[in-house]
Design a protein around this ligand. Structure first.
Ligand code: ADP
Ligand code: ADP
Length: 231
C-alpha cells in the first residue's frame, strides 16, 4: 500500500453556502484501513472523489505515497487506485468481463492473464464466471452489479482502494464474505483502504481507525475502534 495524506483539504461546490469538506487534515498510513463514517450529505463521497481526482479540491493538498496527486498522470492514478462505488459505476455497454478487465487492459496485461483474473475476481465476489462474465450490467440485480463493481476495483490489485458504500445493496451473507475478503487484503497484502459507510457496525469491523463525522464536513473523532467504542 501507499500512505495517503490529506492536508487542510477543503471543497466548496459553486453555489453552496457551506463547504462540503472543511479543512480536513489526516494521515492514512500505508497498509491501513480507515473508515469514514457519518450521516449522508456530510462530504464522505466528496473526499474520496478528491483523492481520486474526479473532482478538484478548493483548497489543501493530497499526497499518495508522498506524491502530490495533482502532479500524477491520471492514467497512472487509475492503476494505483481501485475505486468501488455504491451505484457500481459499471459501463452499461460493456459486459461484466469487459468492465472487470478495464484497468488490467489499460495496464497492458496479456490477454490470458486478464481472462484468468476476471474469473478469479468473479469467484471472489461469489458470482459464477461461466454464468456471469458475458452478461451486461442491466442483466444483473443491484447487488450483483455492486459485486462486479468491487471485482473491477480489485482486478489490477491496486495498492490503494477507495470504497464508497460498496456493499449497500449486497445481500447480508455475501456482504459478510466481502467484508472478510477486505480484511484479508488488508492483513495479507497490506493494501491501503479508505472505506465510506453510514453503518457503524461495518466501520467497527473493518477500520484500523475510524473517522467519525458527527457534524457535517468536519471530522469529529479519528481513532481506533476500541477507543471510539469506549469514549
Ligand atoms: P456523503 O458522501 O457524506 O453522503 P457528499 O460528499 O455526497 O456526502 O456530499 C456532501 C455535500 O456536498 C452535500 O451537502 C451535497 O449536497 C453536496 N454536493 C455533493 N456533490 C455536489 C455537487 N456536484 N454540486 C453541489 N453540491 C454537491
Ligand atoms: P476516462 O478516463 O475514459 O474518462 P474514467 O477513467 O473516468 O474514463 O472511467 C471512469 C469509470 O472507471 C468509472 O465508472 C469508475 O468507476 C471506473 N474507475 C476504475 N478505476 C477508477 C479510478 N481509480 N478512479 C476513478 N474511476 C475509476
Amino acid at each position: 500500500g501507499a500512505s495517503i495524506e490529506l492536508e487542510n483539504l477543503t471543497k466548496r461546490y459553486p453555489g453552496n453556502a457551506e463547504p462540503s469538506v472543511d479543512d480536513v487534515t489526516m494521515e492514512i498510513r500505508a497498509g491501513e484501513t480507515v473508515v469514514l463514517v457519518g450521516p449522508s450529505g456530510c462530504g464522505k463521497s466528496t473526499t474520496l472523489k478528491m483523492i481520486n481526482r474526479l473532482i478538484e479540491p478548493s483548497g489543501g493538498r493530497i499526497r499518495i505515497g508522498g506524491e502530490d496527486v495533482t502532479g500524477i498522470d491520471p492514467v497512472r492514478l487509475r492503476r494505483k487506485i481501485g475505486y468501488a462505488i455504491q451505484s457500481s459505476g459499471l459501463f452499461p455497454h460493456m459486459t461484466v468481463a469487459q468492465n472487470i478487465a478495464l484497468v488490467p487492459r489499460m495496464t497492458g496485461w496479456p490477454k490470458a492473464r486478464i481472462r484468468d483474473r476476471v474469473a478469479e475476481m468473479l469467484d471472489l465476489v461469489g458470482l459464477d464466471p461461466g454464468e456471469f462474465r458475458h452478461r451486461y450490467p442491466r442483466q444483473l440485480s443491484g447487488g450483483q452489479q455492486q459485486r462486479v463493481g468491487v471485482a473491477r476495483a480489485l482486478a489490477a490489485d491496486p495498492p490503494v482502494l477507495l470504497m464508497d458504500e460498496p456493499f449497500g445493496a449486497v445481500d447480508p451473507v455475501t456482504r459478510v464474505h466481502l467484508q472478510d475478503e477486505l480484511l484479508r487484503l488488508q492483513r495479507e497484502l497490506h493494501r491501503t483502504i479508505v472505506f465510506v459507510t453510514h453503518d457503524f457496525d461495518e466501520a467497527i469491523k473493518l477500520g484500523d481507525r475510524i473517522a467519525v463525522l458527527r457534524e457535517c464536513s468536519r471530522i469529529a473523532q479519528f481513532d481506533t475502534p476500541e477507543t471510539i467504542l469506549t469514549s
